[in-house]
Design a binder for this molecule. Sequence first.
Ligand code: SF4
Ligand code: SF4
Length: 539
Amino acid sequence: MSLDKPNPAHLAAVEQALPRRAWRDPFVEFRKGTFNHAAHARSLEYLGLPNPRQWQPTDADWKLPAGWQQIILDGMKERLDRYRSFRLFMDICVRCGACADKCHFYLGSGDPKNTPVLRAELIRSVYRRYFTVAGRLLGPLAGARDLTEDVVKEWFYYFYQCTECRRCSVFCPYGIDTAEITMIGRELLNLVGCNINWVIEPAANCDRVGNHLGIQPHGFKDSLDFAVDELEELTGIRVDAPINRKGAEVLLVVPSADYFGSPHYFTLLGYLMVLHEAGVDYTFSAYASEGGNFGLFSSHEMVKRLNAKLYAEAKRLGVKWILGGECGHMWRVVHQYMDTMNGPADFLEVPVSPATGTRFEHAASTRMLHICEFTADLIEHGKLSLDPSRNDHWNATFHDSCNPARAMGLYEEPRFILRHVLNAFHEMPENTIREQTFCCGSGAGLGTDENFEMRMRGGLPRASAVKYVRDRFGTNLLACICAVDKATLPPLLEYWVPGVEVAGVHELVGNALVMKGERTRTTDLRGDPLAHVEGADRA
Ligand code: SF4
Ligand code: SF4
């Protein structure tokens, strides 16, 4: 661990004390390790976003544009008129505090402004001051406060300490979704050019090249070719991974980290194996080479813009439906926003599995199916030959990634798959899984090195639940179905729960899958030896 990084024992001693200052005092200290760097001007310029300039949150002068206060208030008015939910969330909170201890950032930092109720109050107080009679007349007595530069800085600090995970909304008796408030807060900050680089640069890359990492089409093809060669070496079978093939039945869209990242890449190998075994006629697209949508962490307009390319590509290639990989926010966008933003996708067909004939009616409007739904259906119909003992070196648990869990209710399919490809599986405690799952602490664009301390703090509740199963059952693997999780959980677990690794569900499927005509396997997809060498017991 680098000397720069705080000691786990130090971070674990969370002080949950009453604040020393009144909550209305917008004081923020941009301390190293607790905030993200500002977006580069070049990315703002590329996307046509306001106020591109060189600046950092630690600067005294944020170089806000002339008339910044009116720009934000006009933006707020426009959104109060456009989104009934936003106005409702501003008006109906009774400050009961039921959400307060449900946020992982509050649990890990003890900072009262990281309680969902107070996070929302940062913007609600400004709403009261400028948009309610009581706030205009009574000011602070009505919980109102002026919009000052310090308030903008406070918004930036705390709206980029919310991963938009929506855990708090599960516990609010009124259904207030603080993630939606954070999204509006970030939109308002965007209007005056206050955004973070790890959101804006991936969005610009995706808009320009087709994926967040900025991988050019030839690099994308190289990576798929490499995966095909590697699978042939491992199994003796050469699978197909076509790109931009017009007339294919299915467009496969996965998060771009799957092409290169570790452990993401092993998930990609698993997809290729399953699609080969199921005989799916599919294609990748070099332009829609990203399932993720960093627009979700920036603005509704950006969500729509980046989501549109998936459907434009589906139309151009003439496919019948779309199959999506293991991604988090891609599914939140598809399930909750796509239909009204770019849908309905009635030029596509309702997904039907070519292997089982199952018609997935629930995808009738988006025409897009999750790979876990597809694979679970194959297993249910006995279409995959599986040997779970090939995963006997793993003793696993499952992390419900926030978006597939809370945004689309995908609880059972991954567990159904895991029960068929693993012999050792244990759940984490009830109040940390399924709908109540704890966030990795690094979603919504917060997974940066410079934000390390806050990520470790935000991830503490998730890591504590992993520690519970590690210490009780000997768990050594955390399976998940989100690319951000696969990037951010390994350092989190190394920090808090050493000895537990991270894998995608389809990596474990790929290990267990006995492909027709394959050669005897001695290693898993990572190249690690299997718990037993095959052949003798199968002959
Ligand atoms: S639980 Fe809902 S009503 Fe209660 S404080 Fe939180 S957001 Fe407000
Ligand atoms: S959405 Fe998640 S991160 Fe944001 S306030 Fe709610 S629980 Fe905290």
